[in-house]
Design a protein around this ligand. Structure first.
Ligand SMILES: [Fe+2]
Ligand SMILES: [Fe+2]
Length: 237
């Protein structure tokens, strides 16, 4: 019996009987989340603890780092339950995503990463909220409030930094250097993987639709709320 969008897989126990195509697709998504959550925590959230300027900021940054490691742990546990080899659930030989190819050096950069990269993550997690594999849907539901907190953390600290001319200039500079990495995070337009995910009811939206939605939400945050400028990105319209 094959699995279609109208036949949800409700438990991990039902997973082995699902269609091979469905199992491959789910494993691909769980693997990428497990790897990326750990990679992000290692290169951004944990190092940021030392940049946090006050005890309160440090405490909140520790909480963000703890939650990002926690996301990795949750996705890794699900990955192990659905038969993904342990070595594939941690960063390995595969080149990390371009959003991680940014050497974090300042507190302002970290605040901008939380503002903009965690917003991108929110869109990805939102797309899994109706997923036909219920264990993954449930995991997305648990993760969502924490990702919202991370994006809010970025927004609140960016607002605070923008109260001084130097802080404002540093936030703008970090946006100019980091934002261009983000549109690619949504994957290629016309992606075949994405078409499969949608056909199987695992994902809801096309990569290009998510990217356009993201660019608009980022524009509202940066231009309308922070009164800063979002750099023009070629080829993302
Ligand atoms: Fe996360
Ligand atoms: Fe996050």
């Amino acid at each position: 019996m094959s699995t279609t969008a109208s036949q949800p897989v409700k438990t991990v126990a039902e997973f082995p009987a699902a269609a091979a195509e469905f199992k491959d697709a789910i494993r691909k998504i769980v693997r990428s989340h497990a790897v990326n959550e750990l990679y992000g925590a290692q290169v951004f959230d944990e190092p940021a603890i030392s940049f946090a300027p006050t005890p309160y900021a440090k405490w909140l940054t520790c909480r963000v780092a703890m939650e990002e490691y926690g996301h990795h742990v949750r996705f890794r546990e699900l990955g192990e339950q659905i038969g993904i080899p342990a070595a594939e659930l941690v960063p390995g030989e595969k080149k990390p995503l371009s959003i991680f190819a940014f050497p974090l050096a300042t507190w302002e950069e970290f605040c901008v990463i939380k503002l903009l990269a965690d917003l991108a993550e929110i869109l990805q997690v939102e797309d899994l909220l109706q997923c036909t594999f219920h264990p993954l849907r449930n995991l997305a539901r648990m993760t969502m409030p924490e990702e919202r907190f991370h994006a809010q953390f970025g927004r609140d600290f960016c607002v605070e930094l923008c109260r001084t001319p130097e802080g404002r200039a540093k936030v703008q500079d970090a946006i100019n250097r980091y934002f261009p990495l983000l549109p690619a995070f949504f994957g290629a337009s016309g992606s075949r993987n994405n078409a499969t995910f949608r056909r199987l009811g695992i994902k809801q939206r096309r990569n290009e639709e998510m990217r356009a939605d993201y660019l608009e939400r980022a524009r509202v945050l940066v231009e309308d709320e922070l009164k800063l400028t979002l750099p023009e990105i070629a080829g993302t319209a």
